[in-house]
Design a protein around this ligand. Structure first.
Ligand code: SF4
Ligand code: FES
Length: 248
């Protein structure tokens, strides 16, 4: 395949970025989108040009690092896949492909296609955990009965990989699908009940502090989420927040 890439290049967080055009040829339809960028970089480096910076780690759809906005869609045109699992066969020979970083005030650009998503880490640190007594008298988690339905729903919520596509897809740059998933995975389980009120209040407060927008029920986040996280998690988070505030 022969393609024209239009890529956002930005030296650092303070410089002004711009779209730069790169023609690329002989791309196999069977390679992944990130491998296509590897091919481009392997041509830029010997030519003395700065390679395109982009985030990646596992390349298996599990770490949430890869975060590209491709032709106006987070993780590109395929559904339920991350950028690292997107294949070039989703494009046609002769296509022009726009590649940009995820855009949101809370995700500032670090360089080229790399954004700083540490706001998500701070939200997690505010409450996305369970405190366990490790004195030796801890009850075995497997001895606590959990209904199949609750276990399945908690597992679905826990599949959120923290990629940030929900934020990038949302016209309000809302992080509510991410926070809803993180709150839900504990709210659905008995182990999550002890700290439930503090968890939801602290995580939502941190989310607001980081500058994410509010949810207006557009649903773009659910459509673009590579893990199919459901909007029901946002509704559950809102119910948990009301419950917590009534408790005082
Ligand atoms: S909810 Fe989906 S889109 Fe948002 S961070 Fe989690 S996996 Fe990514
Ligand atoms: S590189 Fe890990 S999910 Fe894409």
């Amino acid at each position: 395949m022969n393609l024209t890439l239009k890529i956002w290049r930005q030296k650092n967080a303070n410089s002004k970025g711009e779209i730069v055009e790169y023609p690329i040829s002989d791309i196999s339809p069977d390679i992944s989108f990130l491998e296509m960028l590897d091919v481009l970089n392997s041509q830029l480096i010997p030519a003395g040009e700065e390679p395109v910076a982009f985030d990646h780690d596992c390349r298996e759809g599990i770490c949430g690092s890869c975060s590209l906005y491709i032709n106006g869609e987070a993780h590109g045109p395929d559904r339920r896949v991350t950028t690292c699992q997107l294949h070039m066969r989703k494009f046609k020979d002769g296509d022009t492909i726009f590649i940009e970083p995820f855009r949101a005030n809370a995700f500032p650009v670090v360089k080229d296609l790399v954004v700083d998503r540490s706001a998500f880490d701070r939200i997690q640190q505010a409450g996305g955990f369970i405190s366990i007594n490790t004195s030796g008298n801890t009850q075995d988690g497997n001895a606590i009965p959990i209904s199949k339905h609750a276990a399945d729903e908690a597992m679905d919520a826990a599949t959120c990989i923290g990629c940030g596509a929900c934020v990038a897809s949302c016209k309000n740059s809302s992080a509510m699908l991410f926070v809803g998933a993180k709150v839900s995975q504990y709210a659905l389980l008995p182990q999550g009940q002890v700290e439930a009120a503090d968890r939801v209040q602290n995580m939502v407060a941190q989310m607001d502090l980081e500058g994410f927008g509010n949810c207006t029920n557009t649903g773009a986040c659910e459509v673009e989420c590579p893990k199919g996280i459901s909007l029901e998690n946002i509704a559950r988070m809102n119910r948990e927040l009301v419950k917590a505030s009534l408790k005082g």
